[in-house]
Design a protein around this ligand. Sequence first.
Ligand code: NAP
Length: 204
Amino acid sequence: MSGRVGVMGGTFDPIHHGHLVAASEVAYSFNLDRVIFVPTGQPWQKDQTIVSCAEDRYAMTVLATEFDARFEVSRVDIEREGPTYAVDTLTDLTNQLSAEFNGAPELYFITGADALAQILTWRDHERVVELANLVGVTRPGHLLDNPGLADGALTLLEIPAMAISSSDIRHRVRTGHPIAYLVPQAVADYIDERGLYQVEDATE
Ligand code: NAP
């Protein structure tokens, strides 16, 4: 084992095939042993968007990843009180994995490039950069400049499958359009059974 571990941070509301392709591509590009998906903490009002409860987002993430031996799901952000900060995610996982590796793991924090564009505003962002290499995944046609980090701290990767978006899936569910093949079937079934995304949100 190389000790290289991806940390895939996101709201995953819902997780979709773009996220899975992105994790797989980053694992390949950086020779990662595994990728740990970390759904963010308890629902909060985000840009006037109501976020589904953490347990629903966690369950969908487990369903989506269970057939890929490289993928795991962590509850560290769900179980920590208060808002989710990447510095806490990476500190908790470093502590957990250090025991397993008998030394510090090499972490790759993977998330949407849109989110990483704001990194200079994140709590303890200097520490975030110390704890992990940053990988921003972008949708086709969405170019993004380095937000002001040192050379080499951030890699941007374009992932064509990220044309799929969580907000489009929520909109499709609410308006009765199909989501087959955009999300794993088990996730589509879960959304249906739980009656998720029936209420309009501000991104629609
Ligand atoms: P977001 O604002 O909901 O998402 C921004 C964009 O990035 C969306 O287009 C989203 O597409 C995409 N995206 C989000 N996660 C992704 C992933 N893992 N892979 C590919 N694309 C992804 O971002 P967020 O979900 O709140 O935050 C993302 C991560 O950054 C989380 O781990 C969060 O804790 C961290 N973060 C930390 C701070 C901080 O420490 N202060 C602040 C902001 C974010 P989809 O909607 O299709 O996923």
